[in-house]
Design a protein around this ligand. Sequence first.
Ligand code: IPM
Ligand code: MN
Length: 351
Amino acid sequence: MKEYKIAVIPGDGTGPEVVHEGLKVLEAVARQCEFKYTTQHYDFGGARYLKTKEVLPSTAIEELKTFDAIFLGAIGHPDVKPGILEKGILLKIRFDLDQYINLRPIQLFDERFCPIKGKGSKEVDFVVVRENSEGLYKGMGEFQNKDTSDEVAIQVSYNTRKGVERCLRYAFDYTRKYGKKKELTLCGKTNVLTYAWDLWERTFNEIAKEYEDIKTDYTHVDATTMWFVKNPEWFDVIVTDNMFGDIITDLGAMIQGGMGIAAGGNINPDGVSMFEPIGGSAPKYTGKNVINPLAAIGALAMLLRQLGENSAADKVEAAVKTVVTTKLKDLGAGRMGYSTTEVGDLIVQHL
Ligand code: IPM
Ligand code: MN
């Protein structure tokens, strides 16, 4: 019997509540699909930082490298200045474990939950492959003449040929394996950002020659947000840089029914990957048993697929779909018609 080692970082706010439901589902599906696992919990997050003044212990990264996967709840605390936990925990893990892909499926299960009229599960069903290790997130830049009237703040988008190429290759391979229409769209800004997007576009066109079975397309990022609302059915797989990927996947989350359902994976195809609900720590709902755990449960399904437990992943995804379409009144916190723990129980019942 296979046995996996899973690191669990419940994190802040509602993170622990949704992770708890995810682990409940993991336990049930492992029994059905006959694999074993052990979990180790880590208390990284705002509460620990406020107590110890340390964002991550110095051994954390090396320890995390010994797991088969990481399951994360949410990072973000109202009493900690924005940026500290994000940079010190979330982005640090993404970068140091070289999780260079952020994979974000945009899938609507029921048209009742789409804010765009006339769009249902057939129309909203695509995937964003977001570069996750470079771009503006590299944090390159400087202040000049700080705190004077001549102050300049420079923030650089850093794109390497190797970084761009590995992301594009992942996206082409992903499209070949999972794309419904075998169509990959590059989302950029070639008309203004003429260094970064020249490199991206040249590399994209070069690699495309190796994938003759994949249809390719290009859209500017601003137009992409327009098409998400007007014609989401046009998309199959989209590949883009870190910043644009961050922005368009929040819009994507809304058209798939909201943050309550949006899951993502930070993937290192040759290393340790980390899966998370993409919504934040939702402090105002903390401890109320009202937050929707389905984004975390969807992230768990992605984790299972990454481990190679495909039938377990299929079961969890099918259960999410059934529960969303036949049980829930809404996908938002406090409006589901069920509590957080009841939704977790429903998924277990429908496995
Ligand atoms: C996300 C989040 C993070 C990001 C923040 C919390 C650093 O918005 O996962 O999309 O910008 O990547
Ligand atoms: Mn984001």
